[in-house]
Structures are given as C-alpha cells and as structure tokens.
Design a protein around this ligand. Structure first.
Ligand code: HEM
Ligand code: HEM
Length: 176
C-alpha cells in the first residue's frame, strides 16, 4: 500500500489520477464561467467551482500525507541525471502551484466579502470587508498561477512521453 523506492502504492496512484481528472474538470468549469455575464448562473457555477476546489485541497493534503508516510520513489533505472533533477523539481512545483492556486481562489472570494462554502455548508467565514484591490490581486494570482500550473502539467506530459517513447522505460507503467 505504501510507496517504496521502486513503486507507487495504490493510494498514491488512485490519488494521482483522481486529482488529474479533478484538476482538468476544475479548469474547464473555471474557463467556462470566466466569460459569463454576472448573474445567478455564474454564481452557481462559481460556488460549485469553490466546493470542488476545497475537495481538491482535501485530496491534495491526503496525497501529501501518503507521500510523506512512504519511501521516496526513485526515478526508474537509466534515467539521465539531469532529467531526474528536472522531474523532481517539476513534481514539487506541481504540488506548490496547486496549493497556491487553491489558496488564491479562496482569498479571491473572502476579500470580496463572501464566505467559502463546501456544497452549501460554510467552512471558511470571511473576516474581510469588501476590498476590491486585494480581490483583484488574488484573482490575478489565481489566474496566472493557473497558467504556470498548466504549463508545468505540459512539461510533465512531455517528460512522460519522453520516458515512454524515447527511453522506453517503465515510468508510465508504474503509475498505472
Ligand atoms: C486547483 C484548483 C483550481 C483550479 C485548477 C482553478 C481554475 C480556475 C480557472 C481556470 C479559472 C478561470 C480563470 C480566468 O481565465 O479568468 C478560475 C476562476 C476562478 N476561481 Fe478557480 N480554480 C481552482 C480552485 C479554486 C478555489 C478553491 C476557489 C475558491 C474557493 C476558486 C475561485 C475562483 C474564482 C472566484 C474565480 C473567478 C475569477 C475571475 O472571474 O476572474 N478557484 N479558476
Ligand atoms: C493526464 C496525464 C498525466 C500523465 C500521463 C501522468 C503521468 C505520471 C507518471 C507516469 C508519473 C510517475 C513519474 C515517476 O515515476 O517518476 C507521474 C507522477 C506525478 N504526477 Fe502525473 N501524470 C498526468 C497528469 C498529472 C497532473 C494533471 C498532475 C497535477 C498536479 C500530476 C502530478 C504528478 C506528480 C506531483 C507526480 C509525482 C508523484 C507523486 O507525488 O504523486 N500529474 N505522473
């Protein structure tokens, strides 16, 4: 069940793919409502987006726990030293950026005077008076953070394709 030096345990694999799906869904919904005019439909999608964001946060925290409780999985044998460093850095950055995007999303709502709800139940009541300057700042961090996260996922996929098609090692297999 736990990660070993050579293999990911089942919890790490399930969380990896579940989070990949949730992040894609979350991005599609975000991009969809970003261009909608203000109104009830947009507000409803935004509340859904925030609830799923909190769900992603919970799964990410569990994932960190799973990662910390097992051994650090080492790159498959034969991985060039340079690629090992890039991959490790990219994995850490994927974690960091996901937390930054979620945190900025939460503050985007709090600073406009909204509570953050989880499917109808308030879990983070706001302590801010509406402050549009701070609101726009967090909005920018959320959006630009998401751009960087998306670029990193792109780099991650290039790495996986390189492992699979060029190095022909078992990197992809051991995450499945
Ligand atoms: C990792 C999880 C998340 C991802 C991938 C994500 C992604 C996105 C994307 C792609 C947009 C559209 C940006 C644009 O082009 O304007 C967006 C907007 C937004 N998100 Fe998130 N989001 C996440 C989590 C959250 C959370 C946890 C909250 C709040 C609790 C949140 C609140 C918002 C708000 C308020 C907007 C609207 C900003 C605007 O209209 O410009 N997001 N999000
Ligand atoms: C959808 C296509 C994806 C594929 C094919 C894929 C594939 C993989 C593979 C094969 C590994 C194992 C690397 C190794 O053993 O060194 C891995 C690890 C990892 N992937 Fe992905 N991945 C995808 C999407 C994502 C997304 C969207 C994220 C966003 C956060 C992500 C984050 C990570 C992280 C952080 C690791 C390091 C291991 C861990 O801590 O769980 N992946 N991925």
């Amino acid at each position: 069940m736990k990660n070993t030096k050579l293999a990911y345990g089942t919890p790490a694999k399930v969380l990896h793919w579940l989070l990949a799906l949730l992040l894609i869904g979350q991005s599609v919904v975000g991009l969809y409502f970003a261009d909608m005019p203000r109104g009830d439909d947009k507000t409803e999608l935004l509340r859904l987006h925030a609830s799923f964001g909190l769900l992603i946060l919970a799964f990410m925290l569990i994932r960190l726990g799973v990662r910390a409780s097992g051994e650090r999985v080492e790159p498959v044998e034969g991985t060039p030293a340079m690629l090992k460093k890039v991959a490790h850095g990219a994995h850490l950055a994927l974690y960091a950026l996901t937390f930054i995007v979620i945190g900025a999303g939460i503050f985007t709502l709090l600073t406009v005077g909204w509570n953050v709800d989880f499917f109808g139940m308030t879990v983070i009541p706001t302590w801010f008076e509406r402050d549009m300057d701070l609101h726009h700042l967090f909005e920018e961090i959320h959006v630009y953070g998401w751009y960087v996260l998306t670029a990193l996922v792109g780099l991650h996929l290039v790495g996986v394709v390189y492992h699979t098609l060029i190095l022909k090692d078992g990197t992809l297999k051991r995450m499945v």
